[in-house]
Design a protein around this ligand. Structure first.
Ligand code: NAG
Length: 336
């Protein structure tokens, strides 16, 4: 089993290395926007750079237009400057009024040969747009992942989608972390902190920073639990921690099952766990729970201990305690 996993990972990393080797020769377009939060009427500067730097480029500027017929898609519309592009590597948007995404790419030669499009970068508006608004309901100072939270879109459109950008700029849609009913997105336990906004084919709303805290349930013990008049009672609040090893489930693509490590179903009171004599690559998950019998609450992301010096980051989405839905492994080898 271990060998098969290693074989598969080996092939995968070889592919990535080949891909990286190929990509190194191709100049990349990198877009930056400043500022990324605006008030109505502000100007925004888009800057497009080519990596690795070289001369003779013209720059082409695009605005992302939501394609409502396809889940999560955008089409890209050329900004003024059009098909001839601009010589300057920056572009100023005057009087920015609402949330929008932009892309750039550089090209040179005749006929123009373009390099790849940059990643899309959003400029968010905190200001009210009467044609499109996002309401966060209920309004709270802080949100917890187990509480219900609705994101309501209102304005001149029958069809809305709710989007979210995380810290790294990765953009996802309501159905990735909630359920869209009409123009309301009801988030579920998968929702994380980020910038949220509404968009329709022609409008986009104000954006809101929403911070969502994960809930961890503590364990309360009282001692003694039977008292005589005048006794003192100690209340102690603790977490209980559970430790798992990820075991690849070869019968199902990309699935792991989780095997409890020593400490077992009673868990440990310490929040750390020492693995002695680690010899091979393995994934681990921890969980926090409470109660007797233990009612499991939240699990961590899986973290791999990677034997051989490579660095792997794995994101794992756990769904209602029933193992793993989806495992995506990114080899950070590419970046270096
Ligand atoms: C959201 O957070 C960013 C970064 O902290 C801040 O610059 C921006 O003003 C916030 N926007 C709103 C509408 O609160």
């Amino acid at each position: 089993m271990g060998h098969t996993l290693f074989g598969a990972l080996g092939l995968f990393s070889l592919n990535i290395l080949l891909y990286c080797g190929h990509a190194q020769g191709v100049p990349q377009s990198v877009l930056t926007v400043s500022p990324s939060w605006t008030s109505p009427g502000d100007s925004v500067t888009l800057t497009c750079s080519v990596k690795p730097p070289s001369a003779g480029w013209r720059f082409f500027w695009y605005k992302a237009v939501p394609d409502m017929s396809r889940y999560s898609y955008y089409t890209y519309e050329l900004l003024a400057g059009g098909t001839t592009g601009t010589e300057q590597d920056s572009y100023i948007l005057h009087g920015q009024t609402h949330t929008a995404g932009y892309q750039c790419r550089a090209g040179r030669g005749d006929p123009v040969s373009y390099n790849q499009y940059s990643y899309v970068k959003f400029v968010w508006s905190g200001g009210v747009n009467p044609a499109a608004s996002l309401t966060v309901s209920p309004h709270r100072l802080q949100h917890f992942s187990t509480e219900s939270l609705s994101l309501i879109c209102e304005g001149n459109s029958a069809e809305w989608r709710v989007k979210k950008a995380d810290e790294d700029g990765y953009v996802s849609s309501c159905s990735d972390w909630g359920e869209m009913t009409g123009s309301t997105c009801n988030i579920d336990i998968r929702a994380r902190s980020g910038v949220y906004w509404c968009e329709s084919a022609t409008q986009s709303s104000n954006a809101a920073n929403i911070t969502i805290h994960s809930v961890r349930h503590p364990v309360l013990t009282v001692s003694p639990s039977w008292t005589s008049p005048g006794d003192s009672v100690t209340l102690t609040c603790r977490w209980r921690f559970f430790w798992y090893k990820a075991v690849p489930d070869m019968s199902r693509y990309s699935y792991y099952t989780y095997e409890l490590l020593a400490g077992g179903t009673t868990g440990t009171e310490q929040d750390s766990y020492i693995l002695h004599g680690q010899t091979h690559t393995a994934g681990y998950v921890c969980g926090v729970g409470r109660g007797d019998p233990v009612f499991y609450t939240l699990y961590s992301d899986v973290k791999f201990v990677w034997s051989g010096g490579e660095f792997v980051q794995t994101f794992i989405f756990l769904h209602k305690g029933i193992n793993v839905l989806f495992v995506l492994t990114l080899f950070v080898l590419c970046v270096s």
